[in-house]
Design a protein around this ligand. Structure first.
Ligand SMILES: Nc1nc2c(ncn2[C@@H]2O[C@H](COP(=O)(O)OP(=O)(O)OP(=O)(O)O)[C@@H](O)[C@H]2O)c(=O)[nH]1
Ligand SMILES: [Mg+2]
Length: 192
């Protein structure tokens, strides 16, 4: 698999032209977006990761096998950076979400948490723009039983608010659990 960094956008007007289908990774700060992208692409260090929330501040575009873009979107819900950053995030998202080249949104979620109002709003907005997959991250931190229970609760919570899911995956980028299945769903077996 060939993955190369292409460009970044901090604001909507900096978004690159639409030339290939895009898989967009979105979720709260620190949920594991950049780490998951690296795990799927088998490329440690391609997308920058960090213990501190707010590491990824721009939409970063990675070209994969000359066929797709993987887009690492900045995390939301990190209020310590203040309102100005939130406005920038909203502006970038308003510009990004409506791109017709989006093949799928990967909405990453730590299954130990419950959704709040902002998460439902984002989930609904995403599901109305392109197919939406729920990706439960850091599953190495909970038991299999707990994971299954939480998955059902979270799926039902989305469903009851009219948020349609194309699929759900439970993954651990650390242990590489569920990565192969997710990679296959996104880019198929032959393009590894
Ligand atoms: N235990 C465990 N930790 C993980 C896993 N995936 C990511 N992490 C850790 O979670 C932290 C945040 O990971 P990132 O990939 O940087 O998170 P992000 O969503 O890109 O964060 P922002 O760019 O700030 O929005 C890092 O310390 C990772 O090592 C996982 O599967 N298991
Ligand atoms: Mg990141």
């Amino acid at each position: 698999m060939k993955a190369v960094y292409e460009t970044s956008a901090a604001q909507a007007h900096q978004l690159p032209p639409m030339t290939l289908p895009e898989f967009a990774f979105i979720g709260r700060s620190n949920v594991g977006k950049s780490t998951l992208m690296n795990a799927i692409l088998n490329h440690t260090g391609l997308a920058r990761t960090s213990r501190q929330p707010g590491r990824t501040q721009m939409a970063n575009f990675f070209r994969v096998n000359e066929k797709w873009y993987f887009v690492d979107l900045p995390g939301y819900g990190f209020t310590a950076t203040g309102n100005r950053e939130h406005k920038d995030w909203q502006d970038l998202m308003d510009g990004y979400l409506v791109r017709p080249v989006i093949e799928k949104f990967l909405f990453l979620w730590d299954p130990r948490r419950d959704f709040d109002k902002a998460d439902y709003q984002i989930g609904l907005a995403l599901s109305e723009c392109a197919p939406l997959s729920l990706i439960l991250t850091k599953c190495d931190k909970i038991s299999r039983m707990e994971r299954l229970q939480r998955q059902k609760i979270l799926e039902n919570a989305f469903k009851s608010r009219g948020i349609k899911l194309a699929s759900t995956h439970a993954v651990s980028s650390l242990k590489k659990d569920g990565i192969e299945e997710l990679r296959e769903e996104l880019i198929g077996d032959k393009d590894k």
